[in-house]
Design a protein around this ligand. Sequence first.
Ligand code: UD1
Length: 430
Amino acid sequence: MEQYVIKGGNPLVGEVEIGGAKNAALAILAAAIMSDETVTIDNLPDVNDINVLLDAIAGIGAVVERVDAHTVRINGSTVSCFSVDYEYIKKIRASYYLLGALLGKYKHAEVALPGGCDIGSRPIDLHLKGFRAMGAVVDIKHGLISAHADSLEGTHIYMDKVSVGATINIMMAAAMASGKTIIENSAKEPHVVDVANFLNRMGASIRGAGTDVIRIEGVTKLHATEYSIIPDQIEAGTFMFAAAATKGDITVKNVIPKHLEATTAKLAEIGCQIEELDDAVRVVATKRLSHTSITTLPYPGFPTDMQPQMTVVLALSEGTSIVTESIFENRFRYVDELNRMGADIRVESNIAIITGVEKYTSARVSAPDLRAGAALVIAGLAAEGVTVVDDIKYIQRGYERFEEKLQSLGASIEKVTTDKEIQKFVLRVS
Ligand code: UD1
């Protein structure tokens, strides 16, 4: 089992190149099968989640050609199976985007029902409600969702809750339905816009993505295109918080600063210096930062995917901070681990009450999920002594060459698999 071993205390300094957005890529890859012509997708992050989805796409018969680590060509004309196995869904929930893509294109799809997960119960009722509103018959039997429509009809859908996944899944199906679909109270995340832009580049007619009303005029055919995925705002934010926690000076490059506004605003509020350039953001922290309150919200609010990293920074800041998690019910599981590193955080329901401490002390901790795992690495980078983070398979789902990028900023971090390697590392750094 791979682990990270980290000698904390180095301020991270330098520039880091941000890759393509994992969450946009997952939906775009699924949407690519809707064209019978070859689609080329670039700026793909080379992370485990993407590779699993590409296997799932090849598994239903599409041609998947990996041109290089960050580019793939997909041709959906050979899709011969409309059923996506639990094998993929259990590894990566977002395989459910194949439901919207297959239903839109072939009017039939079967995808294993995703279970709960490490950050709480994650229903997909809104996705299914949308498909049903378009005339699909949706059944759940033996752990499988089956959706079928003799004819998929455009309609007016009001989303009871803002959901990224449901907005994208319904948008994909509606792109090839008959007539007009209107999605109200849609999610506005940058990756919703990216998926809409991609579908439009293939010939779809989608207007309003990025606002809370999306209008889709169904088309009968989607064609070839070449598309480059937007930069990953969560990867960028993670490095920005690493700068704040280690009193460093990091410039994240190849980003869209507008997508990072919720993060930059909070970092500025607690005392970081922020410099926004055209496609880069610099974060400098020279002194102990101060406390604040945050509540996670749908975009453009503060992202839930950045909540653990922000908490790691606030736990080192002066005074009492309050973090309210309003999107997922179980997203504070890393707090016990952080407290083992010397943090002083009390969780009551969905609220974390944080009393800032001067420093973290090293410990052996376990990554409970993707973003919390990255947050524990940041804590290790700021801590005194040598921290070991177990279960880094979660981190590898969404961060490409994480340790290499951190090393290039001056971090003392290595990927290891045995206790012997950990001991060697300790001898080397002490
Ligand atoms: C996506 C992101 C994830 C991010 C989340 C919120 C991907 C692959 N994942 O997840 O990283 O943390 O957005 O920004 O893009 N809900 C329902 N019924 C549904 C669907 C959602 O009740 O049918 C609820 C969820 O339980 C949650 C809220 O709506 O409380 C938002 O979830 P949603 O935006 O759908 O998250 P995902 O798309 O799963």
